[in-house]
Design a binder for this molecule. Sequence first.
Ligand SMILES: Cc1cc2nc3c(=O)[nH]c(=O)nc-3n(C[C@H](O)[C@H](O)[C@H](O)COP(=O)(O)OP(=O)(O)OC[C@H]3O[C@@H](n4cnc5c(N)ncnc54)[C@H](O)[C@@H]3O)c2cc1C
Length: 313
Amino acid sequence: LSERARDVAIVGGGVAGCTAALYARRYGLDTLVLERAVLGGQAAVAVRIENYPGFPEGISGAELAQRIHEQAAKLGVEFVTAEVKGLARREDGTWLLHTDAEPVQAIAVIVATGAAPRRLRIPGEQELLGLGVSYCATCDGFFFRGRPVAVIGGGNTALEEALYLADLCPRVYVVHRRDALRADQYLQVRAAARANIEFVWDSVAVEVLGREQVEGLRIRNVKTNEERVLEVSGVFVAIGHEAQTEWLGSYVERNNGFIVTNERMETASPGLFAAGDVRDRPVRQITTAIGDATVAAYYAYYYVADFKARQQA
Ligand SMILES: Cc1cc2nc3c(=O)[nH]c(=O)nc-3n(C[C@H](O)[C@H](O)[C@H](O)COP(=O)(O)OP(=O)(O)OC[C@H]3O[C@@H](n4cnc5c(N)ncnc54)[C@H](O)[C@@H]3O)c2cc1C
């Protein structure tokens, strides 16, 4: 066990986690951030952010994430590389975080573990991950220059990915399980105007084919049950996001895996807060993640102050 209970431990070092940390630190809290991979989270892989206020020319996601991290580090936030695997409430009311390194004790915990792309869970997907299967066209699209690819999904992300790939690839199939898209109208108009984007309606992916690399995608028409193979070298999966929150056990209420909170970012357990993409809410953007984090840190501060006052009473 670490030598002392932190005021607040923040799980996840994406923009939500780093923002919560910088606010918590400015409230004078002893603040620790646990990040299992790369600081910056999803924002760090966004090539260009054009909707973050204050940057009319846009800013690279990596730079924005780096700046937020620097700002928090400068204030004295401690960052630790560790994956949090579980948590428990101790008898004294503090939280104990189990990690793949040292356990961490804290009075308040802010969960800012974000979201990850939803998987198809079909044969070949896992086996060919990085060998033609990707969840991020802006990250990997360039490798598929001059080759046919498929995008799976019918929402904004799917169409954004398809439009990006249409600049690089001779043919982009958009495979969608329904006969109409969910994406915003302006994206639909732009996609429809591209001669090399072909919509494959009422169809689901059933198998990614290939041994050393993707050689095709087997799809099935959900109305006729007919199967056929699209000859593609890349399969981009864009069917939404999911949050990994199993490690929180019954301490939180969930909706489809996303953590339910009130407006104060409080979960079902006092002293346990959630912020950012991991939270159950309709919009998942950097601005909303940062807004959540601001609120979570504020109420975490009051929780910690109350906790300490009760201990002294
Ligand atoms: C390619 C791409 C482009 C995007 N473009 C834009 C854009 O232009 N504008 C915009 O506003 N938004 C954009 N977004 C969305 C935006 O990046 C996210 O909404 C935002 O970054 C979410 O931040 P977050 O901190 O809540 O979560 P995340 O960024 O997902 O960060 C969560 C962090 O928690 C860590 N973590 C998870 N579980 C654990 C654990 N158990 N223990 C320790 N650490 C853990 C993860 O490694 C990760 O670093 C884009 C996203 C992507 C992927």
